[in-house]
Design a protein around this ligand. Structure first.
Ligand SMILES: [Zn+2]
Length: 61
């Protein structure tokens, strides 16, 4: 199958102007310094905010 009509450079570039990826924003965990997503629990220590921290269980092999 071939395209019915050629898409001009301008039209192609206008469409692709919305395709840029944005970098993932990380913050440092104030407790252990690990990189974590804002408003999410830390993967390393479970810290969320001063009044809330999740219990992280160590994985058993
Ligand atoms: Zn942490």
């Amino acid at each position: 199958m071939l395209p019915v009509q050629k898409i001009s450079k301008s039209r192609k570039r206008k469409r692709r102007s919305h395709h840029a990826l944005t970098p993932i924003h990380y913050v440092r965990c104030p407790q252990c310094g690990n990189a974590k997503l804002p408003h999410c629990a830390c993967d390393n220590c479970g810290y969320v905010n001063p009044s809330l921290a999740l219990q992280i269980k160590e994985e058993s092999k």
